[in-house]
Design a protein around this ligand. Structure first.
Ligand SMILES: Nc1ncnc2c1ncn2[C@@H]1O[C@H](COP(=O)(O)OP(=O)(O)OP(=O)(O)O)[C@@H](O)[C@H]1O
Length: 622
């Protein structure tokens, strides 16, 4: 039996800095300030600012168009209807035409602003979504399962949506609203400083009232979002687990749980709508009160001779132009808060450093037999204890290696390190003598392929799924559909699976359903094996499937695996000792240590852990 070089006794607690170096988690939100968040947000979605100046100019024109109306109304009344020599019909018609044209122009500009904002925002946010998803794919946290995948998906979809609401109209409207209020105030002051002071005196409490109400509305909306999340969670869980629900006859209980979640959501929605109506109505009430006060004070001033009739009417229009944006601005401020929160969550994803990256001097390794070595490899999952305690191994090229050990001993972790889905906390994994961290990822993925226990199948055909294994190498055009079909058919043939394919309802074009659910577990493995075969790797890392399959499929899988592994370096995480028996070298892992290493016969005769495992397996199965 070969003696295993063991690193010094393990330290179960991993130093903090090492953990940081290896186990970066995605923060729940970035800690940037509001302005920095907006700046970074625009940087990540540069299209948002495309043609912004023109959009802004159009928005200003739209606001100006609205301001023209009160001015023309005042002139119409004072110089047209109440003209010294009696009503001047020509002048009234001219001014009315002018007001109409201004309104049309304003409407056109407002529509253009909407279209332009919609286009640039959608383009910008699409860039952000794509970027965030790409980034998520590169994060080894996915491999380490430290982040809930559903939550990540929500960050790149829902959170981006909260941003889009604000960016689409909020930002510019806020500016236009403020502008409209300033211009309205100036014009009102020109007509009557006293009335303007009255309006402002009423406006300040109105603003405070709306702001106060909106805070409650916000809290109500947050609670609605939480309830909706809980409701969707309960529903999707019961749909995914429908079989278990039926099998255990708990559909009544599950139904009651969902009904309660739905009722909770309904109540929260109703509560928020009551609040929204109250805030909205009080806003309308206060602005009507302001109008009434203006009418009374205006009439008094008019009688006193300090304001003309036209000025009083124009003033009333201006008050509406003034109070409208107050309500809008408070709403937009809320959306700004939501958008910043959404942006922070997306930025946190995008800024999570990718740990497994190409080194600047990364090398392309030449193809050929692949030898693997582990040098004092230690590993801890983020925030967890060390699970591999200084493993050193030399696995010669073209050897079939079986890694065996109790559940939780660290076998899969070794497989993830050898395929560089993650990097060791300390120590090194070498491929043909080169540290994996110095190997270009492209070259590594070409040479090393991991076949997980449950090969993931995408919704598509058997052909599509197997063809995932085919890569277009540098400069080479992606193979034509016909060539692709031929290669895939040849692969199934060489793996001895063409009769299986022929028996499928549509042969290679049989649809596998979501996650391959239209196929049996064994059939999914066959497709995964064909996919790995098409990738033609030098080193195969196989996590042996544990699910039981029918004897005919079992034979097919064994035959296909034989063809797949023949002439290749293979590391198999063996859950069946028959695999260990058939391999050249057995590695026994126990609690994160390699405790035995050698050919099956030697270890079986050595009287150690492996011998005991083997004896107990033999007594159960033979
Ligand atoms: N994503 C993870 N986050 C935290 N700890 C993990 C994670 N994955 C595995 N571990 C821990 O690491 C240790 C080794 O796990 P690993 O999956 O490598 O064992 P294994 O030997 O492959 O087990 P099995 O035979 O059941 O697949 C276990 O203690 C496990 O709890």
């Amino acid at each position: 039996m070969t003696t295993v070089t063991e690193a010094p006794e393990d330290a179960t607690e991993v130093p903090e800095d090492e953990l940081d170096a290896n186990g970066v988690r995605i923060e729940s939100a970035s800690r940037l300030g509001v302005l920095a968040t907006l700046r970074r947000g625009v940087q990540l979605s540069p299209q948002i600012t495309d043609g912004l100046w023109l959009t802004l100019a159009l928005a200003v024109l739209a606001a100006a168009g609205r301001v023209v109306v009160p001015l023309t109304v005042q002139r119409t009344i004072d110089d047209g209807l109440l003209a010294d020599g009696g009503p001047d019909a020509g002048r009234v018609a001219l001014l009315a035409g002018l007001a109409g044209a201004a309104l049309l122009l304003a409407a056109f500009c407002a529509a253009m602003v909407n279209v332009r904002l919609f286009r640039s925002t959608e383009a910008g946010l699409a860039t952000l979504r794509v970027r965030a998803f790409r980034h998520v794919h590169d994060l080894s946290t996915l491999t380490q399962n430290t982040e809930r995948r559903g939550a990540l998906v929500s960050r790149v979809t829902n959170d981006v949506d909260t941003v889009s609401l604000f960016v689409q109209w909020g930002g510019i409207m806020l500016l236009v609203a403020v502008l409209q209020m300033v211009v309205a105030t100036v014009l009102m002051a020109v007509y009557s400083p006293i009335l303007t002071a009255v309006v402002w005196a009423c406006f300040v409490p109105m603003f405070l009232l709306i702001r106060f109400g909106q805070k409650h509305v916000n809290a109500a909306y947050t609670s609605v979002r939480e309830r909706v999340g809980a409701m969707l969670g309960a529903i999707s869980e019961s749909v995914v687990g429908a079989e278990t629900v039926r099998a255990y006859g708990v559909s009544g209980r599950t139904g009651r749980r969902i009904a309660a979640a739905v009722e909770d959501t309904r109540r929260a929605q109703a509560r928020s709508q009551v609040l929204v109506s109250a805030v909205f109505s009080s806003g309308v009430l206060v602005s009507n009160l302001v109008l009434a006060v203006v009418v009374v004070v205006g009439a008094y001033l008019g009688v006193g001779g300090s304001m003309t009739a036209g000025e009083v009417v124009a003033f009333l229009f201006l008050v509406q132009l003034f109070t409208g944006p107050v309500q809008m601005a408070t709403e937009i401020l809320n959306e700004l808060q939501n958008a910043v929160a959404g942006w922070r969550r997306v930025i946190a994803v995008v800024e999570t450093p990718v740990e497994v990256t190409d080194a600047p001097d990364a090398a392309h390794l030449s193809r050929g037999p692949a030898a693997v070595s582990l040098r004092d490899v230690r590993f801890a999952y983020p925030g967890g204890p060390e699970v591999l305690h200084g493993i050193s191994l030399d696995l010669p090229a073209r050897t079939k290696v079986a890694v065996v050990g109790q559940t939780g001993s660290g076998k899969t972790t070794i497989a993830k390190l050898v395929t560089r889905l993650m990097d060791p906390t300390s120590g090194a994994v070498l491929l043909d003598g080169t540290d994996l961290r110095r190997v270009a990822l492209e070259s590594l993925r070409e040479r090393v392929v991991l076949v997980p226990q449950e090969g993931f199948l995408f919704d598509g055909t058997v052909l599509d799924n197997a063809a995932y294994g085919i890569r277009a190498s540098d400069g080479e055009e992606v193979a034509s559909l016909e060539a692709l079909r031929e290669s895939v058919a040849a692969a199934f043939d060489e793996l001895g699976l063409s009769d299986w394919v022929a028996d499928l309802p549509d042969g290679l074009d049989t649809r596998v359903g979501q996650r391959g659910e239209a196929l049996s577990a064994g059939e999914r493995q066959l497709v995964a094996i064909a996919r790995a075969y098409l990738a033609q790797p030098d080193l195969l890392v196989l996590d042996e499937a544990t699910s039981a399959v029918d004897p005919a499929t079992e034979v097919r899988i064994a035959r296909a695996l034989d063809s797949l592994t023949s002439g290749r370096s293979t590391i198999t995480i063996a859950h069946r000792l028959s695999t260990a028996e058939a391999s050249d070298l057995v590695v026994v892992v126990d609690e994160g240590h390699v405790v035995e290493l050698g050919p099956h016969e030697e270890l079986a005769a050595a009287g150690g852990i492996y011998a005991r495992m083997h004896a107990s397996w033999v007594s159960q199965t033979r």
